[in-house]
Ligand binder design. Structure first.
Ligand code: NAG
Ligand code: NAG
Ligand code: NAG
Ligand code: NAG
Ligand code: NAG
Length: 219
């Protein structure tokens, strides 16, 4: 009889601990940025690559915190004499890496009609020139041409987190906080992140992506 309050107290403590676990530790594990620190970024870290013969303002704008990139499949490459397909992209500078664990975070938006285009890249690799590409085909977000990571991607903001662990040679992609892809990288090289529009296959005449709240994080 005398012991009952003690049992009751222990039970309450147990319940409280469990509640604390559920409301605090669990969401932290789910957030892909947990354990990472973001590095400082300003305009000097965003190098714009756009059709070389066209003024930047015709293919890129920055309004209310939103970077808007567009390109036509008939545009010229970003360098005179270049042979790559048309692009309007930020090449993120200042944080090129050859080792470590790095993460890109950004909120992306692709308007209906844009297809056949890469909208985010982890540049550099040994067996391919890139470690990862997010592309859009027919309204789906894909890792290269497959697999599909997320359907119905048009006309809405989505959160993208990409983690590249060079030592483990792996890459992970989260859409809206959910792990959608995990696989091997394409070998060691100097790496950096790119966002925008880079023409691929079966593309629309006009391609556009928008990005905001861009962060680079590292462990
Ligand atoms: C932007 O960042 C660069 C490199 O980190 C730094 O040297 C520069 O002072 C910064 N510029 C501004 C305006 O904060
Ligand atoms: C790639 O680079 C990382 C970091 O320097 C290193 O740990 C790893 O052994 C390298 N992998 C290969 C296959 O060279
Ligand atoms: C995209 O536009 C096409 C043509 O106007 C329309 O048929 C389709 O329903 C639209 N898709 C979405 C997801 O809004
Ligand atoms: C996208 O749609 C086009 C035209 O219907 C088709 O040729 C192409 O194979 C599709 N691509 C993918 C990746 O589904
Ligand atoms: C491009 O379209 C052709 C013809 O419809 C199709 O065979 C091919 O798979 C498509 N490629 C991609 C990457 O969608």
């Amino acid at each position: 009889m005398v012991l009952l309050p003690v049992v009751y107290l222990s039970l309450m403590q147990f319940i409280l601990q469990k509640t604390a676990l559920c409301s605090c530790v669990f969401p932290a594990i789910l957030d892909p940025t947990h354990g990472f620190s973001s590095v400082p970024l300003n305009n000097s870290n965003f190098l714009l690559q756009k059709p070389y013969n066209i003024p930047a303002h015709e293919r890129y704008s920055f309004v209310d915190g939103v970077h808007r990139f567009s390109v036509y499949n008939t545009d010229k490459p970003h360098t005179p004499g270049g042979t790559t397909r048309p692009r309007t992209e930020f090449r993120i500078t200042g944080y090129d890496y050859t080792s470590g664990v790095w993460q890109f975070e950004g909120y992306g938006y692709v308007p209906n009609g844009t297809t056949g285009v890469a909208i985010m890249q982890v540049f550099g690799g040994k067996t391919l020139s890139t470690t990862l590409q997010f592309r859009v085909y027919n309204g789906s977000l894909t890792y290269y041409t497959s697999p599909v990571l997320e359907e119905n991607i048009y006309d809405r903001w989505f959160r993208a987190n990409v983690i590249h662990d060079v030592g483990a040679a792996t890459v992970m992609a989260y859409i809206d906080g959910v792990l959608k892809y995990q696989g091997p990288d394409h070998g060691n090289d100097t790496h950096y992140f790119k966002i925008g529009v880079y023409t691929q296959h079966n593309e629309s005449h006009y391609m556009e992506s928008r990005w905001k709240d861009i962060k680079i994080l590292r462990k």
